[in-house]
Write a protein that binds this ligand. Structure first.
Ligand code: AGP
Length: 608
């Protein structure tokens, strides 16, 4: 996810673009750049790091004079953060500049064709292909060149495009990635999102899929991908800037929860060619995968909880022994890794000190390390032997939701990949599981729609002192994450317990009215978990159950039941966690906590 801004008008473009990019840093912040047109030349400035580096480099934009320009703040997907990979990207003659948010899925074959035609590339990005393709088709008519390019590319894109010999116009194009345009008395604007231009105008147009906008300094024209001119209605935005950054949600955490369906799609779709799993970035052949005899998953916090689920799924589907460690424990326990072992480190930020140290420990012992990381080009991504990215985009809220969901998807895919390579998974069963994976985004959407019901229930517990989460197997790992979500943002003490273990001591803490959340999504364990629910109820607990649609028997033992749609038992974590995220969120909101920035916590724990 990246942020793009464009401007054409009477004012100097660079300061306006920098200001707009600053409102979009929540969309990406590992590098930035601008292209400004002046006296028939395109000036380009790029920088790695936060936007302020570009601001300092250009003296707030004053070193880049001109009234036409485009800019970009990046969240890397293809190619680590670097000057070469930063946007804008240009053709070789530097007569065309492009900024892009999205993923060009067929950029590799297009790049190869362009290289055959003599084009040379400066970056590893998918976006640079667009600059050279526009060059290839441009014969003096920008709209014609743009539509020809759109007929060739596949994937998602929000584009800002500038032609050196067209100083009186810039172009915006959209497919699947958000894009708006706006106008005021001084000029016209392009932006990925409303916050970037709200300071200049509240009258915006939401660009729809496969639409092209031609912006001049005093008016705009809209076209279809077939160059037919269309008219569009403007929208007047009544949000304030801060609300707009959250797209109207009260907190980034809620916004990111609602991004989970798209996150699952973005992480799943590029790795499925039909029903076949392709981990292009996994530098291990099927033979090497087949030779893996044990997997050590090492992570912290929610990433560790995803790893616990990963253990159950990998062992169940691929019959590979899996050990899961908290990174802070792994790195100091002189771990014993046998021949044929591989280490998988999981990290949203890719900068967690303990996880990075565990990675280095594993490599020092001579074992291959796979990173499952969200931040492209982060330390863990760079030091792992291979890395599979979760494409969740920047996650602003300290309490992870969408990145955690994306980690689960990668772990499911890994388990299925291992299962097929090792022959432990029948083809028909594999295909059914792939079909179930594809249903998850819509099912998550359905569960998110229950937020009012969960908010109402959560309000009953804002005064709670202790809340327990119990489950068996995968339900235990779901309980771990549900408990952490609650306590880290509401500051209410909470524990997750293996349901069968409760009676060995902790059950003494259950009092009249204590809330116990029983997660019961594994049909083979339904009865066992029901007996644990009866145990705690006998001691006065109020039991909220999370279970699969159709498991009506649980109503005998539960006081309040939340049902999740039917899916493969190995994938229930992706669904059951949604009501638990919402529960933790609304308890914290009800308590008036700082949900996005909880006390004592940091988004990335880069200290030991
Ligand atoms: C999760 O909500 C917490 N913010 C925290 O436990 C986090 O998962 C942990 O610090 C690991 O972070 P990482 O995924 O960036 O390595």
């Amino acid at each position: 996810m990246c942020g793009i801004v464009g401007y054409i008008g009477k004012e100097q473009a660079a300061p306006i673009i920098l200001d707009g990019l600053g409102k979009l840093e929540y969309r990406g912040y590992d590098s930035a750049g601008m292209a400004i047109l002046k006296d028939g030349q395109i000036q380009i400035k790029k920088s790695v790091g936060r936007l302020k580096v570009l601001e300092e480099l250009t003296h707030g934009g004053s070193l880049m004079e001109g009234v036409v320009g485009i800019g970009h703040t990046r969240w890397a997907t293809h190619g680590a953060p670097s000057n070469e990979n930063s946007h804008p990207h240009v053709n070789q003659k530097e007569t065309i500049a492009v900024v892009h948010n999205g993923i060009i899925e067929n950029y590799i074959p297009l790049k190869n064709k362009l290289i055959e035609k003599g084009y040379s590339f400066q970056s590893e990005t998918d976006t640079e292909v667009l600059a050279h393709l526009l060059d290839y088709y441009y014969k003096g008519n920008p709209l014609e060149a743009i539509t020809k390019v759109l007929h060739r590319v596949e994937g998602s894109y929000a584009l800002g495009i500038m032609f050196m010999d067209q100083p009186d116009q810039i172009f915006a194009v959209r497919k699947d990635s958000p894009l708006i345009v706006g106008q005021n008395e001084d000029g016209c604007f392009i932006a990925s999102d409303v916050p970037a231009i709200l300071k200049y105008t509240r009258k915006v147009y939401f660009v729809d899929n496969q639409e092209i906008v031609r912006l001049r300094h005093d008016h705009m024209h809209f076209y279809t991908v077939d160059e037919e001119e269309i008219t569009k209605e403007a929208t007047t935005i009544d949000w304030d800037t801060e609300a707009a950054e959250k797209a109207g949600y009260e907190h980034f955490m809620l916004k990111e929860m609602y991004e989970q369906p798209k996150t699952v799609i973005d992480t799943l779709k590029p790795r499925l060619k039909g029903n076949e799993i392709h981990f292009d970035e996994l530098k291990m052949t099927d033979e090497q995968l087949k030779a893996v005899r044990k997997i050590h998953i090492v992570a912290c916090g929610s990433a560790y909880h995803a790893g616990v689920t990963g253990k159950y799924v990998l062992e169940g589907v691929a019959r590979i022994p899996v050990e899961v460690d908290m990174a802070s424990e792994f790195r100091y326990r002189s771990p014993i890794l046998e021949e044929g072992a591989m280490v998988v480190v999981v990290s949203q930020s890719g900068e967690t000190a303990d996880t990075l140290a565990a990675l280095r420990e594993a490599k020092k012992l001579g074992f291959p390390v796979l990173g499952i990381v969200n931040a492209v080009g982060s330390s863990i991504a760079r030091e792992a032997d291979s890395v599979i990215y979760t494409w969740a985009g920047p996650e602003i809220a300290v309490a992870t939701t969408k990145a955690y969901s994306a980690q689960l998807i990668v772990l499911y895919l890994l388990a299925l990949k291992f299962g097929m390579v090792k022959g432990t998974l029948e083809q028909n069963c594999y295909e059914e599981m792939i079909a179930d994976l594809k249903k998850l985004p819509d099912q998550i959407e359905l569960l998110l729609a229950h937020k009012e019901k969960i908010q109402h229930f959560a309000n009953r517990y804002i005064g709670a002192k202790d809340i327990f989460f119990i489950g068996r197997g995968i339900d235990y790992s779901i309980s771990l994450e549900g408990s952490l979500k609650l306590k880290e943002i509401s500051y209410i003490h909470s524990e997750a317990y293996a349901a069968g273990e409760l009676k060995h001591g902790t059950i003494s803490l259950i009092e009249e009215g204590t809330l116990v959340t029983a997660v019961s999504t594994q049909p083979a364990l339904y009865q066992k978990t029901i007996s644990n629910m009866v145990e705690v109820k006998a001691r006065g607990a109020f039991v909220m159950a999370i279970t699969n649609e159709g498991n009506k028997e649980i109503e005998k033992a539960a006081d309040y039941v939340i049902y999740i749609p039917d899916t493969n038992p190995y994938f229930t974590n992706s669904l059951a966690i949604i009501p638990l995220q919402l529960f933790g969120y609304y308890v914290a909101v009800g308590k008036g906590c700082d949900v996005d920035k909880p006390r004592n916590l940091a988004k990335s724990v880069t200290v030991e």
